[in-house]
Design a protein around this ligand. Structure first.
Ligand code: DGY
Length: 332
């Protein structure tokens, strides 16, 4: 008998084929994620859950899913999962690091350039029929080359952004939980405390996980410290930025521009005050959305799922301690 799994949205074919051949899979075949009730209903007798960042996998869900062995998140971030609770229950959790690094870094840098050079505003002007002629003062933006970028969180994606910045002749400042000697040598990145990074950077880009410590890491006080010309880019998680403070910083000219791939909540409601601002770009959480990368993520998530179902260590575990054998005591 194949193990029962629930897949909370259809994935690229290559991943679906793999899952169907190894598992008795029920797939949520809708564009919108399952409602909370539907999710709870569908996990009752499963051994494996293939979740997305839109699915909250918490204690309540784990209470319902008494046979659950593995939760495989098709994302590198896993703030939607209570990993501590899963670990307590011996449920292995997997994620999809590495395969999306460059794709996300490309979008972060694309947003940075689009904000600096007012690309989206320009598009709106042309489409509205408001562009009359070339003009020396039309849509002047900021240069990207030879400026300073501040990277908050120099992990895989932050480092990939640093590489791109280097190609633009930018000075790279970074902050985070620790120093990265290799990035300092190879990329010329310079460690800075958060306040110095905020004060000296022309572009500030967020690449940290969402944790209780990083929730609203960028709020009123942090905007006060930024340059009035600063551009903020967020491709990590929406709640790292306090939206109310961001709105007032953009509206009052405390900073120049923001470009967001992620927001709190997602999606932002159409009437949200942020969406009235011209100096803001928002895209719908598409940083990893290339055909190749989404396929690699899905296949990796399926590999994690299948390994976990077999009681084996998934290729990318978040809580490997669940499956690490406690060493046998030797008697003398
Ligand atoms: C992730 O994998 O965490 C991304 O946010 C999805 O694009």
């Amino acid at each position: 008998m194949k193990p029962k799994v629930f897949v909370t949205r259809p994935l690229p074919n290559e991943a679906m084929d793999k899952i169907q051949s190894a598992c008795d899979a029920k797939v949520w075949e809708h564009e919108l994620p399952p409602s909370r009730n539907a999710l709870l209903r569908n996990v009752a007798d499963i051994e494996g859950l293939l979740s997305l960042l839109t699915d909250k996998v918490d204690e309540e869900l784990m209470n319902r899913a008494r046979k659950l062995k593995v939760v495989s998140n098709c994302a590198v971030g896993f703030d939607n999962i209570d990993v501590q609770e899963a670990t307590k229950r011996g449920i292995i959790v997997g994620n999809t690091p590495g395969v999306l690094t460059d794709t996300v870094a490309d979008l972060a840098f694309g947003l940075l350039i689009a904000a600096a050079r007012r690309v989206v505003e320009g598009d709106r002007v042309v489409r509205a029929g408001k562009w009359k002629t070339w003009g020396p003062m039309i849509l002047l933006g900021q240069d990207v080359y030879n400026t300073t970028i501040g990277i908050i969180g120099l992990g895989r994606i932050g480092s990939a952004v640093a590489k791109r910045a280097k190609g633009f002749g930018m000075k790279v400042l970074y902050t985070g939980r620790g120093r990265h000697p290799q990035a300092e040598t190879e990329l010329g990145a310079e460690y800075a405390e958060l306040d110095r990074l905020l004060a000296q950077s022309d572009f500030i880009t967020l690449h940290t996980n969402l944790t209780p410590e990083t929730y609203h890491l960028i709020g009123e006080k942090q905007f006060e410290k930024m340059k009035r010309t600063a551009v903020l880019v967020n491709t990590s998680r929406g709640p790292i930025v306090d939206n109310t403070a961001l709105y007032s910083a953009l509206k009052s000219g405390k900073i120049a521009y923001a470009a967001l791939d992620v927001t709190e909540p997602e999606p932002l409601p159409a009437y949200h005050p942020l969406l009235t601002l011209d100096n803001l770009i928002v895209v719908p959480h598409i940083a990893s959305a290339s055909v190749a990368t989404r396929t690699k993520m899905a296949v990796m998530a399926v590999d994690n799922l299948i390994a976990g179902l077999k009681g084996e260590m998934p290729p990318n575990p978040v809580n490997p301690e669940v499956l690490k054998k406690t060493p046998q005591r030797t008697t003398r």
